[in-house]
Design a protein around this ligand. Structure first.
Ligand SMILES: [Zn+2]
Length: 466
């Protein structure tokens, strides 16, 4: 009996003290509409305080924060990637917010391809976004009233701000200009007014997901070295594989470098400060055995990586022999080289020949001056290469070749042109009968070792924490 009473008391207390509204202590002096707006959005989990007790109503709100509030209210937050927003890197908390804002057409970013998520949002932009949301859901329009201060705003905003005023989302008697900032309290009021309009025409639900804390998958491009004999392929196939016919040399091949300072524009043999001859000749008569060994290892590695949460892109199938440039296209979202490369690593899997046994990674050494890449490009790729090679040696019958490192080949096309760090493995010697036997019988173990090396690297560097 005593126990029941105490449970009832506890329940009653919980019901009493648990507020149905936010208990922010810094809302004194705010008008009723602001207090109600903050409470509504907080209750619905569309917005949070700066702490459990403070809302910070007079502070600014960033573009990403404003977008997040809108998306949570609309229930439109999803795992949409910000493919074309150049400054939204995978480490930004608003990665999926920016992607979803772009996907819904709420915010498209600036002309230079940036999202500027950390910038404080000016009132004019917030009003435009609120209006787009409203227009998508209701029949809101500009109305016929002439409002002089709105007419003098930049042309892109006039229609949207007039619509916002006509719909009562902003106060038509409170003029602002392009630079006017909006506070968190004012943003809450604006969003709550949109909420009031929307709830008449659509279901409004609480926000229960938490996309802001989700991290996009780590993306690995796996490149199975070589491919079918280029000497046997048609002109059409060669062009499709990214090769160029150079009439000065009477040769098929590709340019080794990007034009200095112009990423993804071939050097075409001049103005080039990179390493090695600018022209790289397409090899005919590619080795018979190696392409299939590399592909098998790659597919096995891809399967393991995908099973532990990585995203994998493979650069070729069994019937292709892409140029190196064509393989690097996989570093980009949807293979669109005008977007920002979103792969984390490019991992080449080769097998060696020419006398030897065992496995090694190719180290990119010396000063490296690839443009527009991570300054730690070489260090990261080399470190990852060592991680992978160490796992191959530990987990399979493949031995370690030459201390596990082949040094100094910065002229490799992939090193010269990749936008992301490269790990370059030479797994065993396919022309050594003992190694070949291992390669034929242990490719699944090799693939697992490659995957484990990548996973270990990502965990040791805290790229992967789940
Ligand atoms: Zn060049």
């Amino acid at each position: 009996m005593k126990k029941t009473v105490s449970i009832l008391l506890t329940l009653t207390l919980l019901l009493c003290v648990s507020p149905a509204y936010a208990a922010f202590t810094d809302m004194d002096g705010k008008n009723e509409e602001t207090v109600n707006a903050v409470n509504l959005l907080y209750e619905k989990n569309y917005i949070s305080g700066r702490s459990d007790t403070e809302f910070d109503p007079d502070a600014g709100i960033s573009r990403a924060e404003f977008a997040a509030v809108m998306l949570r209210m609309l229930g439109n937050m999803g795992e949409n990637r910000p493919y074309y927003l150049k400054d939204v890197t995978k480490d930004k908390w608003y990665y999926y917010v920016a992607g979803s804002a772009a996907e819904t057409g709420m915010m498209s970013g600036f002309e230079d391809g940036t999202f500027r998520g950390d910038d404080a949002i000016p009132k004019i932009q917030a009003a435009a976004i609120a209006t787009r949301v409203l227009k998508d859901n209701t029949g809101a329009d500009e109305g016929s009233e002439s409002i002089p201060w709105i007419e003098s705003l930049p042309e892109w905003a006039v229609g949207n701000v007039k619509t916002a005023a006509n719909a009562g989302i902003i106060d038509k008697n409170e003029a602002f200009n392009s630079d006017s900032e909006i506070t968190r309290g004012e943003a809450a009021v604006m969003v709550a007014r949109v909420y009031d309009k929307l709830k008449d025409v659509r279901a409004m639900t609480d926000y229960t997901e938490n996309y802001e804390t989700r991290r996009p998958p780590i993306t690995i491009v796996i490149d199975p070295g070589h491919g079918i004999d280029s000497g046997l392929t048609s002109t059409e196939k060669r062009l499709d594989d990214g090769w160029i016919y150079n009439s000065d040399y009477n040769q098929w091949g590709e340019w080794r470098h990007w034009k200095s300072g112009e990423f993804w524009h071939d050097c075409e043999g001049y103005g080039c400060i990179q390493k090695g001859d600018c022209w790289y000749r397409m090899e005919n008569g590619d080795r018979e055995t190696e392409p299939s060994i590399n592909l098998r290892n790659a597919q096995s590695a891809a399967n393991y990586l995908e099973s532990i949460g990585y995203e994998v892109r493979i650069t070729r199938g069994a019937d292709d022999n892409p140029s190196m440039t064509k393989r690097l296209v996989y570093c980009y979202p949807n293979n669109d080289v005008n977007a920002v490369a979103d792969a984390d690593f490019f991992v080449c899997l080769h097998s060696n020949a020419g006398g030897g046994r065992g496995s090694a990674y190719i180290e990119l050494s010396g000063a490296y001056d690839q443009t527009r890449i991570n300054p730690d490009y070489a260090y990261i790729g080399n470190t990852l290469g060592k991680y992978i090679n160490d796992e191959i040696v530990a987990q399979t019958s493949v031995s370690e070749y030459a201390g596990g490192v082949i040094s100094g080949m910065p002229e490799l096309v992939l090193f010269c042109k990749s936008p992301v760090p490269i790990a370059y493995l030479e797994i065993g010697f396919y022309d050594n009968p003992s190694d070949l036997e291992i390669l034929n019988s242990e490719y699944d173990m090799i693939g697992k070792a490659v995957a484990d090396g990548i996973d270990k690297y990502c965990r040791d560097t805290a790229m992967k924490t789940d």
